[in-house]
Design a protein around this ligand. Structure first.
Ligand code: HEM
Length: 124
């Protein structure tokens, strides 16, 4: 879900050693601009990367929280929150449903929801 939602679009790093990456030579000191929104949909890694597939093998870590020493400080909190809350909402048949089309701000570096309308669940 986080991979597919594309919250953060890109990172910025400075290479500290010479490295070859995907056939590109990067020298120590070069600025690097990894577009994680693209990496998170890389067909070579995810197959049908544009599809939301909740049954996908979770063995591959997405870059939704970034990578390395600067990975989102709240990654573990956010993961624990979602892993706890989502199953509860699904199993409990929460008394609400999506009440309209969610909207989000498509920012340069970050996209974030602005509205997620909810409505009472249908009675039955
Ligand atoms: C779904 C929720 C979240 C997503 C998708 C997310 C995503 C990201 C990403 C992509 C980065 C850049 C990481 C990098 O440069 O490698 C980042 C950095 C950061 N995030 Fe989050 N984040 C989330 C939740 C949180 C929460 C809940 C907190 C705080 C409690 C938080 C605090 C931070 C901080 C402080 C940084 C900067 C870390 C640094 O530069 O060393 N994030 N986040």
């Amino acid at each position: 879900m986080l991979r597919w939602l594309e919250h953060a679009h890109w990172l910025f790093r400075t290479a500290v050693v010479d490295v070859e990456l995907g056939g590109q030579q990067i020298r120590a000191g070069d600025g690097v601009f990894p577009v994680i929104a693209s990496a998170n949909r890389d067909e070579g890694v995810w197959g049908n990367g544009d599809q939301l597939d909740l049954d996908r093998d979770a063995g591959v870590q997405s870059l939704a929280f970034g990578y390395g020493p600067h990975i989102a400080v709240g990654a573990m909190v956010a993961r624990a929150f979602l892993a706890t809350l989502l199953p509860i909402l699904v199993r409990a048949r929460a008394p609400f449903r999506l009440g309209g089309t969610p909207e989000r701000v498509l920012g340069n570096g970050v996209s974030t929801p602005t509205t997620v309308p909810i409505a009472p669940a249908d009675e039955n």
